[in-house]
Design a protein around this ligand. Structure first.
Ligand SMILES: N[C@@H](CCC(=O)N[C@@H](CS)C(=O)NCC(=O)O)C(=O)O
Length: 120
C-alpha cells in the first residue's frame, strides 16, 4: 500500500494580506504536526512528507483534492488506509481520502503508528 502523504507549508512565508510589510510567518497548524515528526522520527519513514509554498494555487493539492481543498496541513491516503478511521472525519475527493485538521491528523497518526495521543 502506498504511504500516506502529508503536506505541510514551508516556514518563513510572506502574507501581504495580513500584518506588516516584511513580516515572515509560519503556519501554526503545520508546526503542530511538524512537532510530532520531531517527537516521533519514525513518522518520517512511514509517511511521504511534502513541503509546499504558502502561495495559491497549491498545484499539487489542487491536482489531488481539487481547488476547494488546498488547506495545510493535510494528510492524504488511499481508501484502504482511511476506511477503518472514517469516524475521524475523512473526506473524499475522487480516489483520495483526506484529513485537514491538525487534531484529526494527530489522532490518525496515534491510531495507526502507535505514537502518543494528544493530551486533552
Ligand atoms: N484546516 C486547519 C487550518 C489550517 C489553516 O488555516 N492553514 C492555513 C495556513 S496557516 C492555510 O493553509 N490556509 C489556506 C486555506 O485554508 O485554504 C484547521 O482546521 O485548523
Amino acid at each position: 500500500m502506498p504511504k500516506p502523504q502529508l503536506f505541510l507549508l514551508k516556514a518563513r512565508f510572506a502574507d501581504p494580506s495580513v500584518g506588516k510589510q516584511g513580516q515572515w510567518y509560519h503556519c501554526p497548524h503545520c508546526a503542530r504536526i511538524e512537532g510530532l515528526l520531531s517527537y516521533f522520527p519514525e513518522l518520517r519513514k512511514a509517511l511521504d512528507v511534502h513541503y509546499v509554498d504558502f502561495e495559491k494555487p497549491r498545484a499539487v493539492l489542487v491536482a489531488m483534492l481539487g481547488e476547494a481543498h488546498q488547506s495545510c496541513p493535510v494528510l492524504i491516503t488511499e481508501e484502504a488506509a482511511a476506511l477503518p478511521y472514517m469516524a475521524l472525519g475523512f473526506r473524499q475527493h475522487q480516489t483520495h481520502y483526506f484529513l485537514d485538521r491538525p487534531e484529526t491528523i494527530a489522532a490518525y497518526l496515534a491510531e495507526v503508528y502507535q505514537i502518543s495521543q494528544e493530551h486533552p
